[in-house]
Each structure stands twice: as C-alpha cells, then as structure tokens.
Design a binder for this molecule. Structure first.
Ligand SMILES: NCc1[nH]cc(CCC(=O)O)c1CC(=O)O
Length: 324
C-alpha cells in the first residue's frame, strides 16, 4: 500500500479538518493521501438539528463508506459521534485536542455580559441555549443551523461569508450574536469573528468538543508495524483520549447524545483526571453542575469516572431536570 484514502463530508469545516489529518498522517507514514467526498443525511436535511432525531446523522454515511471499502479512514468531530461504537469499526486516533471552548461572535465586539436585554443569540444546540439562558435570562435564543459560515453571516453587520453552505442564500444578518465552537472557527481561520471566548465556568462545552477522531476498519491497524497503523498510533494523544473517554462515559451513562442539554469537560493535570459536568433544564431556568476526579489514568478508569459523575447527577435529579 503506497497510498491511503480518507472520506470526508463536503462542508468547509469537514474538508479542512480532514485535510489537516490526512497531511499529518502522510508525513508520519510516507504514504500518499487521497480524499473522497461523502454526502451525509445531516448535510441534506434542513430542519432544526434538535428535531432530526437520533444521533450520528453526520457520521453514518462516512461509516458506510468505510465498511464498503470506499475509503480507509474517516475523520469525525468527536462531539458529533454517538457514544455507542459500531463493532466493525475502531477509533484509531484522537489527535491532541485544540481549544475546547464555545465562542460568542457578537455584533460590535460585544461580550455576553454587555449584550442588551432582549438581544437575540442564535444557536441550534440545546446545551448552548440552556447555559446562555442560565447566565442571561433576559436574552432571546433563536434556533438556527447550517454551516459555520452561514451562522456567522446571521450576525448583524457581519461581512459576506465565503461559505454560504452551498445554498446560495444571502445571509439575513438578523441576530445580535451566535455561539460556535472555538475549535471550528480556528480551523477555518475565522477567529477574528470571536468577541468572547466563553469561560467553561459559564458554558461547559459538548463532550468531545474540539477533538477529532480518526476511524477505520480493525484490519487497518491489525499490524501495528504497518506504516499507516504506526502513523495513527503516533497521532493519538493520551491526555486527549483520557479526557474525552470520561466525557463520553458520562454521556453514555446519561443515555444522552449531542442534542441533550449536557456539557462536560475533563482534563489531566499531573496524575489527576478531573471531569466537570452540567445538566440543564431545557429552558435554562436551572442547572446541576458537579465535578469528580480520579488517579486511575487508564481508559477504563476514565470511563468509570464519567459513569460515577453521571450517577451522582442522576441522584440529584438530572433526568427530571433535563427531560432525559
Ligand atoms: N455540530 C457541528 C460541529 N461539529 C464540530 C464542530 C466544531 C469543531 C469541534 O468541536 O471539534 C461543529 C460546529 C460548532 O459546534 O460550532
């Protein structure tokens, strides 16, 4: 094998992320990367994301392409992946996580605290909506979706976006602000739109936010000495994997997906893995926020930490609060 093929969705974010990973694996392995475009259900359905039903709409078509052998690798945003891993595929690498925070992109350089009462903030994420309402009960949340460029284009006074999501619609510029993942904005070179990086004490990110996951068939990594398997192992980052394993362990135990009003963020500090999590009422009127730590820095230890914190949250009424 002198080359490998990576499947990607067509959005600017997906092709950028896939390109970075393909380049890194190419230079680690000496192999030539190829990419193929895969259309996914999440890209062709236009209803509110929260109503698409079921998780994993973005990942499913890429997984079919992997299983059919049309590509060797798929690059996912981990936060879009359901916690249940299909047995026929493995997450072979999680590269070092980038900025985990959510970012406010507001008109006129405004911060969340400086937005006037009644300001409109666009997000399609129940997690972001609830935490915004909890911090600022006097703002209005507007349900929006679409690609990163489309969303930025909704902010009043925003410049024309190059990426209109392929729909050819002119941006409406009707909102005071939108909230997006800092990681995606940075990968697209759009950081200049950020007016405030929201501190995790105000807004906990989605489990897995800011993290990419490279998925393949088990046979691709069966021989650890093969150039592609060795490159995948080299790209994998231990601290990232432990952190996201605990965040996703929590999400799995809460039997929730990316559409639930749940935030979680873990990090390794020395010998300690600490996980913070929040479960919100859908309307943001109340939240339950707790944290827990472990010194067991193994995948099983990380997952157990997530389960333990989920069970604490459930004992404190998380299921009723969030409507899980
Ligand atoms: N749900 C869409 C999605 N999936 C991953 C990212 C950003 C990159 C990341 O978090 O890794 C985004 C856009 C956003 O939430 O603003």
């Amino acid at each position: 094998m002198s080359s490998f093929t990576v499947g990607t969705r067509g959005s600017a974010l997906a092709t950028t992320q896939t390109g970075h990973v393909a380049d890194a694996l190419a230079s680690l392995s000496g192999l030539t990367p190829q990419t193929i475009l895969v259309k996914t259900e999440g890209d062709v359905t236009s209803g509110p994301l929260a109503q698409l039903g079921g998780t994993g709409v973005f990942a499913a078509a890429l997984r079919v392409a992997l299983l059919e052998g049309r590509c060797d690798l798929a690059v996912h945003s981990l936060k879009d992946l359901p916690t249940a891993q299909p047995e026929a595929l493995v997450l072979a690498a999680m590269p070092e996580r980038v900025d985990v925070r959510d970012a406010l992109c507001a008109r006129d350089g405004l911060t969340l605290a400086a937005l006037p009462a009644g300001a409109t903030i666009g997000t399609g994420s129940p997690r972001r909506a609830a935490q915004l309402k909890y911090a600022r009960p006097d703002v209005d949340i507007v349900d929006i979706r679409g690609n990163v460029g489309t969303r930025l284009g909704r902010v009043k006074g925003s410049p024309e976006q190059a990426d209109d999501g392929g729909v050819g619609r002119v941006a409406q510029r009707d909102l005071d602000a939108v909230v997006l993942a800092a990681a995606g904005l940075r990968r697209l070179g759009l950081q200049e739109h950020v007016t405030e990086y929201l501190d995790p004490s105000v807004m906990l990110p989605a489990p897995g936010q800011g993290t990419l996951a490279v998925e393949c068939r088990p046979e691709t990594v069966a021989d650890p000495g093969s150039p592609l398997a060795a490159a995948l192992a080299a790209l994998d980052d231990d601290a990232t994997r432990l952190a996201v394993t605990s965040e996703r362990g929590l999400l799995a135990r809460l039997e929730a997906g990316c559409a639930a009003p749940i935030g979680a963020l873990a990090s390794v500090d020395g010998e300690l893995l600490t996980l913070d999590a929040v479960v919100c009422a859908q309307d943001g009127s109340d939240v339950i926020r707790r944290s827990a730590s472990t010194r067991d820095l193994t995948d099983d230890g990380a997952r157990a930490l997530g389960v333990q914190l989920a069970e604490l949250l459930l004992r404190e009424g998380a299921a009723d609060l969030a409507g899980l």
